[in-house]
Structure formats: structure tokens, C-alpha cells
Design a protein around this ligand. Structure first.
Ligand code: F0G
Length: 485
């Protein structure tokens, strides 16, 4: 029986034991804090601009960083390199059919390429796109053809501390009101994102998806799912929704996809290899999208991916049916989140997918939102630990037409937990250094931009501290840890 890797110990503790062995390893560098200060300064206090040479644990993202399985790597050797009609593509198509129940499949080079193609095809100027929550690239690709996103999550979904199992649900009343207000003709699709990334990796329930489907049917609006984190969402449905507690993950995946008209995914997340794809059972949508794949991505049997990636994607997608695989990251996240919560460190609960999300507003109440508390927390945590997280707050937002910052709903430091990459002692190190930082949080100050690109500024923007707080934090670290790394 496949099951989640949480094992009951004789001591009574429940420990997420690694149900895999490590067969290829990469040496990591834990540099002294003085070197880390130089590195983060040079990176403009932006973790995207750090070299992994200066990073100990890379928790920036799970995108393209999940461990590949032996079977995925083995599959790459039988790649049938051909521009057109590759048998590797046939194997990928079969995997899509078996795992997601879809007949028509279009490969693309990564998730945002799927968004580019889908939203160009579906969205017209003035359209409204309701969704549980946006992702950065989704919003950009909806706004380019003139659409506006509308986030219709339940009001309490942005509450940091919660016991609500499905914070990624769409608020059904809000959805009905949006359609009534704007008219179904201006709502070209409804988008549901599995394990909603920017809400803290929070899943939606099957019950909610069924209700959304019924409303879409009533108004003849297509339902489109972003399945980049579908495996984890299926796992949470099994864990948290009574009706599915005995349903195999593979059946939950089929049920979820069966409720959608079009599904797309970033393979960098779902199947640990570069690439992405779009699938549907509706030939009308397939025809509508396929020409753009040829135009922007590549021929229909590779879509901008290497054939090796096509093979590895097929195997990786099949592995999402394996509960021990898809539950590995959520069970480590749960361990970290619950340990932090027990110490009173503010963190998004319940634990979700993708990573642990530390609440920078609660961590640094003395840093105003205009000085980017989440950005400051990411920089401070890197400095004291060598762990690289990602800012998910106002730095990741954009300015309005008048040049004012649009303050984010949530100021989060995301510590991603790529699948089957870290060990539990590494996770315990993260916990320890965060605990220390929390005890010394009053030493952390704010940041301000000195170089700010107009588009997606969080990638390349550079900032500086508003006071010499990093030096003070380093001095305290040395006082407490002596010469230790
Ligand atoms: N949709 C979701 C929900 C995502 O999380 C991402 C990427 C994309 C679409 C875009 O996919 O990167 O392959 O083009 N998320 C990464 C992250 C970047 O770090 O969370 P892509």
C-alpha cells in the first residue's frame, strides 16, 4: 500500500522519514557569515541575485529543483530524437491519458508558455477572469490581452493562522455575483489553481471544484485549471476531505481533471523536469490552441522541450500517482510549519504545498510595509543561515499608475521544499536558525530600492538597508555562535 512517509516512532513522535535513498549528491557550501554579508550586499538584498556558490540550502523554489527519480533519468537515455513524430512524445501522450484522462495534449517549454497561449486565445480586452488567486506570470499573461483578474477566495483565506483545510477554495457566492454583474459573455473562463501558490500553497476541495463546475455549466463558461501543483492538491483532498479518505490518488487526479475543460501545468514543478503542457478532451479547444504552439513553442511533438525532457516528463507525471512521492514535500513542510508554530513563530497554517510560508508582518511588526518586511526577512535569514528563501509580498507586486507601491495582501517569506532534496537534519537547521532570528528580530530593519525595473521587479531589482542593521545582526550572530558557521 502506498502511503505518506510519516512514521510513528516508539517515542510517540511522528517523523517524516525519507522513503527514498540518495544516489547522486551535490556538495553544498556553508560559508562564514562575513562572506554571506558580502554576497547579499552585492545581490542588492535580492535573493534572486545570489549565486548558489554562496547558498547553503536553496529554498528559493521547487521549480526545476525537485529531485529526479532513477526511472526519470533512465528514461532520458531512450529519447527518440526527432523533430516530428517522436515516439517519446507518444509515450508522453499515453502518460497524459493514463494519469489525467485527457486525449489531446500540447507540450510547451514551461508553465508560463501555456499561460501565454491559453490567455491569448481566450481573453479579449475588457474580460474578467475569476480565480481562486493569481500567480505572478498568470496575472501578466491575462493583462497583456486586456483582461482583468478577479480573486474570489473566501475572506478568511488570507488569514495567516487558520485551521481551514481548503483555503484555496473559490467563494461560490462571489463567483455567482461576478457573473451576474459582468455577464457571462465577459467571463471567458474561470481559473482554479491547484495548491494555490501565492496563498501559501493552499489546496481547494473537490466539493468546491464540483460547485464551480456546476456554475460554469450553467453559464457555459470553460473551467481551466493550473495543475502545476496538482499532486499535492490531490494528496490534501485525500487527507482532508472525508469523502476521499480511501480513494487512491490516481482516482482523485482523474476526478479533478475530469471536471475541467482545459488544464495546463509547469512540468518544472509537477514532474521535476523542464517543460510544461496543456491538455483537454475538447477537440475545439485543442484546435484553437495548437497553431499557437507551433508558432511560439515548436512542433507539436516537442513544444520547445528537448526530447529527453519529454521522456522524463512522461515518467515524472506517472510518479504523481504515487502517494509516497507527492506527499514527501508536504510532510516535510508540515514538520517545519508545526515546529515553528509551536515556538510561536508566525507562519501560514495549516501547512500547505510547495514550502513553508513565514509571515513577515507578524515577524517584523516594527518594519512598515513600505520598507518591504518580507524582503528584509529573506535577506536577514540568508545572512544568518545561508538559506535562500523567496520574497512573496510587496516587492513581488508592482506600482500603480501614479507610481505608488501596491501593498500586498500578505507579506511572506517562502521557504520552498523541493521534493526529495533535503534531509530532516537540514530542515532542523532551518528551524534552529529561524528560531534564533525570531529571538533577535528587533535587530532587523527595512529595505529600499536603488534599482527598480518596471516589469516583474522582484527578479532583477536591487535594494539597500534603510540603516546598518545587517552589520548589527552579524555582530549578534558572532556573539552568540562564536566561530561556528
Ligand atoms: N503557475 C503556477 C501555479 C506556478 O507556481 C508557476 C511557477 C507557473 C504557473 C509558471 O510556470 O515557471 O514553468 O513558467 N512557479 C514558480 C515558483 C516559478 O517559484 O513558484 P513556469
Amino acid at each position: 500500500m502506498e502511503q505518506s512517509p510519516v512514521i510513528k516512532f516508539f517515542s510517540g513522535e511522528e517523523i517524516p522519514v525519507e522513503l527514498h535513498k540518495v544516489r547522486i549528491v551535490q556538495k553544498l557550501h556553508l560559508n562564514p557569515i562575513e562572506e554571506r554579508l558580502g554576497a547579499i550586499r552585492e545581490a542588492g538584498y535580492n535573493s534572486f541575485l545570489l549565486s548558489t556558490r554562496n547558498v547553503f540550502l536553496d529554498m528559493l523554489t521547487d521549480s526545476g529543483t525537485n529531485a529526479m527519480s532513477d526511472n526519470q533519468i533512465a528514461s532520458m537515455l531512450r529519447a527518440d530524437d526527432a523533430y516530428a513524430g517522436s515516439q517519446s512524445f507518444e509515450r508522453l501522450q499515453e502518460a497524459i491519458q493514463d494519469v489525467f484522462g485527457a486525449k489531446y495534449f500540447l507540450p510547451v517549454h514551461q508553465g508560463r508558455a501555456a499561460e501565454h497561449i491559453i490567455f491569448q486565445a481566450f481573453v479579449k480586452p475588457g474580460d474578467i477572469i475569476p480565480m481562486n488567486y493569481h500567480f505572478t506570470t498568470t496575472k501578466a499573461h491575462i493583462e497583456i490581452p486586456g483582461g482583468t483578474i478577479l480573486e474570489i477566495y473566501h475572506d478568511d483565506a488570507v488569514q495567516i493562522k487558520s485551521t481551514k483545510p481548503f483555503k484555496g477554495d473559490i467563494d461560490i457566492e462571489k463567483l455567482k455575483n461576478v457573473i451576474a454583474k459582468h455577464g457571462a459573455e465577459h467571463v471567458p473562463l474561470v481559473r482554479m489553481e491547484a495548491s494555490t501558490n501565492l496563498l501559501g500553497g493552499q489546496p481547494f476541495s473537490m466539493a468546491n471544484m464540483r460547485e464551480v463546475r456546476a456554475i460554469c455549466d450553467k453559464h457555459n463558461i470553460p473551467l481551466i485549471m493550473d495543475a502545476s501543483l496538482i499532486g499535492e492538491n490531490a494528496y490534501f483532498i485525500k487527507q482532508r476531505e472525508a469523502e476521499f479518505k480511501n480513494t487512491p490518488i490516481k482516482d482523485i487526479l482523474l476526478l479533478m481533471c475530469g471536471l475541467c475543460d482545459v488544464v495546463y501545468f509547469s512540468s518544472r514543478k509537477v514532474s521535476s523536469t523542464r517543460g510544461g503542457g496543456i491538455f483537454t478532451n475538447n477537440v475545439k479547444y485543442y484546435d484553437m490552441l495548437k497553431d499557437m504552439v507551433i508558432l511560439y513553442e515548436g512542433f507539436l511533438t516537442y513544444g520547445g522541450c528537448s526530447i529527453r525532457e519529454i521522456e522524463a516528463m512522461a515518467v515524472g507525471l506517472r510518479e504523481t500517482q504515487d502517494e509516497t512521492v507527492i506527499s514527501q514535500s508536504p510532510s516535510f513542510i508540515k514538520f517545519l510549519v508545526e515546529s515553528l508554530d509551536a515556538k510561536g513563530i508566525p507562519v501560514v497554517t495549516p501547512a500547505g504545498a510547495l514550502g513553508c510560508h513565514v509571515d513577515a508582518t507578524g515577524f517584523l511588526p516594527h518594519v512598515p510595509q513600505s520598507e518591504y518586511p518580507a524582503g528584509a526577512l529573506v535577506a536577514a535569514f540568508y545572512l544568518v543561515s545561508g538559506v535562500r528563501g523567496m520574497e512573496r509580498g510587496t516587492v513581488s507586486s508592482v506600482r500603480d499608475a501614479d507610481g505608488n507601491d501596491v501593498l500586498a495582501d500578505l507579506e511572506l517569506m517562502r521557504l520552498a521544499m523541493p521534493r526529495r532534496v533535503f534531509t530532516l537534519s537540514q530542515v532542523k537547521y532551518v528551524l534552529d536558525r529561524l528560531d534564533w532570528l525570531y529571538q533577535n528580530r528587533e535587530l532587523i530593519g527595512g529595505l529600499k530600492f536603488y534599482y527598480e525595473p518596471k516589469v516583474l521587479r522582484f527578479f532583477m531589482g536591487k535594494m539597500e538597508p534603510t540603516s546598518p542593521w545587517p552589520e548589527k545582526l552579524m555582530a549578534k550572530f558572532r556573539a552568540d555562535f562564536g566561530n561556528s558557521l
